[in-house]
Design a protein around this ligand. Structure first.
Ligand SMILES: NC(=O)c1ccc[n+]([C@@H]2O[C@H](COP(=O)([O-])OP(=O)(O)OC[C@H]3O[C@@H](n4cnc5c(N)ncnc54)[C@H](OP(=O)(O)O)[C@@H]3O)[C@@H](O)[C@H]2O)c1
Length: 235
């Protein structure tokens, strides 16, 4: 298997890369930071890059992916939480930054992959239940992930040889969960309180423990219409 994963330096992307490498896949990973354990693996290739830098993507990704003309799976996983604040308190520029990585970076990368003539079997856009139902404080994240869901749907209509899904991974311990864990105003943001309570319980495994189930969920997602939203807990 040839797999391209964005956001492999920590969390879900890191756990998925570890698991795919353990299954003898070749993995190409992109993130700003590097994960030392992945770099040591002969089947792992890393590109340190800010995916919101569109010129950098267009300049560096072609050479980086030169050795493979097909990808069995492209996992658009890199993402940020953004500010947890009521919408009226969030600066519009802060929302734009969240949209840049959670939405537009994925568009730019996908367009480039097709332009380079890569044969892509499946694309997973890493989404969340918050894309369907926001709760107080989650506005920027929820809007960006709702847009990601539609981005997957739009590409599904226009690239019929690739299967697309917006995919919710469930709760996985990660840097994003660490940020949520440290938020103080839990009365104002009820979902934050629930996530803080779930941390260090079976309800929120670490990314290595979650990876097998996520990979199985991605395989199952192929049975659903291209462009649909799937939650790993429901398929
Ligand atoms: N953890 C959960 O419970 C959960 C639930 C639902 C959805 N998700 C989604 O899962 C995905 C992974 O999140 P995570 O929880 O694993 O958090 P994480 O540990 O913070 O991982 C985020 C990854 O995205 C990369 N990234 C962020 N901005 C980037 C940029 N500008 N350019 C390149 N890479 C960038 C980070 O790498 P660098 O900082 O090194 O660039 C990191 O590898 C996100 O899309 C998140 O929305 C997570």
């Amino acid at each position: 298997m040839h797999i391209l994963i964005t956001g492999t330096s920590s969390g879900i992307g890191h756990g998925l890369a570890q698991e795919f490498l353990a299954r003898d896949a070749k993995v190409w990973g992109i993130s700003r930071r590097e994960a030392v354990d992945l770099l040591q693996h002969p089947n792992y290739h890393h590109l340190s890059l800010d995916l919101t830098n569109h010129d950098g993507v267009r300049r560096l990704v072609p050479d980086f992916l030169m050795d493979s003309n097909r990808f069995d799976l492209v996992i658009l996983n890199a993402g940020v939480l953004g500010p947890i604040k009521w919408m009226s308190e969030v600066d519009a520029d802060a929302i734009k930054q969240v949209m840049e990585i959670n939405v537009w970076a994925n568009k730019v990368l996908l367009d480039l992959l097709y332009e380079l003539g890569k044969d892509i079997r499946q694309v997973i856009g890493m989404s969340t239940q918050a894309s369907l139902r926001s709760t107080p404080g989650w506005g920027a994240y929820a809007i960006s992930k709702a847009a990601l869901n539609m981005l997957m749907n739009v590409y599904a209509q226009e690239h019929l040889n690739t299967h697309f899904s917006a995919f919710a991974p469930g709760l996985v311990d990660s840097d994003i969960q660490e940020t949520i864990f440290n938020i103080q105003e839990t009365d104002k943001y009820p979902t934050v309180k629930k996530l803080q309570e779930a941390r260090y319980t079976e309800a929120m495994p670490d990314s290595r423990a979650a990876a097998s189930k996520l990979i199985l969920g991605m395989e199952k997602a192929l049975q659903y219409d291209s462009g649909s939203f799937n939650d790993v807990r429901e398929i």
